[in-house]
Design a protein around this ligand. Structure first.
Ligand SMILES: O=P(O)(O)O[C@H]1O[C@H](CO)[C@@H](O)[C@H]1O
Ligand SMILES: O=c1cc[nH]c(=O)[nH]1
Length: 237
């Protein structure tokens, strides 16, 4: 029962799927943390794996970049593969002065310039929010690991290279912690399908202060976030 974008069979995915934008980060997570791993999909090289994290079955699959790509994969996972929970494990650009490179952010809400959620609500505003139980499990997992996560509002941007004048100043003035490109879409799909989602993000660069990390680090070195997400997957009810 493959979908147009996922070549897996029914039952191939666990109830919880971790989703980084980068399919190679999905492979890093599977290689480092899962046992009895099998590759369940590789259509378009959007790699997906299922294995065990301790006693907990967990899948991990790339979402691609941007709300349209994430929305396709999340919708198919929720509606065709009985996936109940998606934990996005992404990178983001810090905006708030309270946020530093390598900090972990849990996106309680996600503002956006995308129209996808307004389309769902026929033009009305939609508060794109995380599932509370997953948010709590994620924050608890971080604190248990000695990490103080920043919890708040992020901005899911349609454009990585945004030409809007004073874009980051406006977001900063509204208490937005960081910018990324998928959370508001994921939360909209979860709401539409009656499923659950949260986004855990590592600050890969700071768009105001200009500090950054390399592409290699973005792919391989965000292990704190990966462990927090896996512990949340194991402990969320
Ligand atoms: O590292 P990922 O999860 O891809 O997330 C961020 O990185 C990409 C842009 O470089 C966008 O997808 C953005 O949301
Ligand atoms: O979307 C993103 C991700 C990381 N850093 C950014 O500036 N934007």
């Amino acid at each position: 029962m493959a979908t147009p974008h996922i070549s897996a069979e029914p039952g191939d995915f666990a109830e919880t799927v971790l989703m980084p934008g980068d399919p190679l980060r999905a492979k890093v997570i599977a290689d480092h943390y899962l046992e009895d791993v099998k590759t369940v999909t590789d259509t378009r090289n959007m790699l997906g794996f299922t294995g065990r994290y301790g006693d907990t079955p967990v899948s991990v699959m790339g979402s691609g970049m941007g709300i349209p790509s994430m929305s396709i994969y999340a919708f198919e996972l929720y509606t065709q593969y009985n996936v109940e929970k998606i934990i996005r494990v992404g990178t983001c650009g810090g905006i708030s002065p309270t946020v530093k490179v390598r900090d972990i952010i849990v996106a309680m809400g996600a503002s956006t310039d995308s129209s996808v959620n307004r389309t769902r609500l026929a033009g009305d505003d939609f508060a794109a929010i995380a599932d509370y139980g997953l948010l709590e499990a994620t924050v608890n997992a971080a604190r248990k690991a000695g990490i103080a996560p920043q919890v708040g509002n992020v901005f899911s941007s349609e454009l990585f290279y945004n030409p809007r004048a004073n874009f980051f100043d406006t977001l900063k003035a509204h208490g937005i912690l960081a910018v990324e490109m998928e959370a508001a879409g994921l939360y909209g799909v979860a709401a539409e399908t009656g499923k659950r989602a949260v986004s855990v993000l590592t600050v890969s660069d700071h768009v105001v202060s200009g500090t950054s990390t390399s592409a290699d680090e973005r792919q391989n070195s965000f292990h704190e976030m990966m462990q927090v997400a896996l512990e949340a997957a194991a402990n969320a009810h």
